[in-house]
Design a protein around this ligand. Structure first.
Ligand SMILES: [Zn+2]
Length: 287
């Protein structure tokens, strides 16, 4: 994906960016024939203010959600309008703290199924660019609502996983943590090797709080950020939604990347209506 043409109508600069799927595009787009090869190009505008901040910012935070992983083929698993997603149970029932207490085996069956679906999903260009950004800014923080581990697979060394990680588990008694490779399906170990109690998925379920140390860190970094990106999430679920607000009210320039308008759009200084891989490749070229 590359920038093909640029125009410089200040204060906005426009770029034609190669787009994977023309029909999905929201921004003006067209097919471009170049030496017999067809390119789908999308026109995107970026303010001179954002270009400047992008070059000068030292403290940058990115919050990602389901949208970035959807580009890797990761389903949301949520169903719609309370529909059953697993053995007749709605999402908020099978993925709940109550279910862990009452039927942990069933919860594991559901999570092993989800892990089997994820097995062939690979990080996409957006994940890879964000992994590069950890070395491009002095203080870069990646916060995600996703549990699919794709940021780590793309090479991100430190990820603040607000909702946990589907390939991790922990002991229900002594809290010892275990990491499973993607191929370990069904999960292992079944019981803790220290105290022999049952292990459960290291994922934040309905009725549970976000891990306090992870959230506090995310909150502190959001407060300090000069530039804050909300990528592929409507960020309506609190307390994660609060992070963008905290950043904004502490002076950060807030950028949204999402094909759809979201409740956060009004709060943002700049919004891109496109896929995260398209926008991030454009921004990455400008760094
Ligand atoms: Zn234990």
């Amino acid at each position: 994906m590359r920038i093909r043409v640029s125009s410089t109508a200040m204060p906005l600069s426009g770029y034609w960016v190669e787009s994977a799927l023309l029909e999905e595009t929201v921004a003006p787009s067209r097919t471009f024939d170049f030496f017999g090869k067809k390119y789908n190009l999308k026109f995107m505008q970026i303010s001179s203010r954002l270009q400047k901040i992008l070059k000068e910012a030292k403290r940058v935070c990115v919050l990602t959600g389901a949208g970035i992983s959807a580009e890797s083929g990761v389903p949301t698993f949520r169903g719609g309008g309370g529909t059953a997603v697993w053995k007749g149970m709605p999402f908020d029932q099978i993925s709940s703290a109550k279910m862990v207490r009452e039927n942990l085996d069933e919860v594991w069956e559901w999570f092993d199924y989800r892990r089997s679906v994820l097995k062939d999903c690979k990080p996409n260009l957006a994940h890879k660019i964000l992994a590069q950004w950890q070395d491009k800014f002095d203080d870069f923080t990646l916060i995600t609502q996703n549990i699919d581990n794709l940021h780590r697979e793309a090479g991100s060394r430190e990820v603040l996983e607000l909702h946990g990680n589907i390939h991790r588990s922990y002991c229900t008694k002594c809290n010892k943590r275990f990491f499973m490779s993607k191929d370990t399906i069904p999960h292992q170990p079944v019981a803790c090797d220290e105290c022999h109690s049952k292990v459960r998925p290291d994922v934040v379920l309905f009725g549970e709080f976000l891990p306090p140390s992870v959230y506090e860190r995310a909150e502190r970094k959001s407060m300090q950020a000069e530039l804050f990106f909300i990528i592929g999430t409507s960020a309506v679920v609190y307390p994660a939604a609060g992070l963008a607000e905290i950043a904004k009210f502490n002076g950060a320039f807030l950028v949204e990347i999402n094909p759809e308008e979201t409740p956060m759009t009004k709060l943002c200084d700049e919004s891109f209506r496109a896929r995260s891989s398209e926008v991030l490749s454009l921004l990455n070229e400008l760094l």
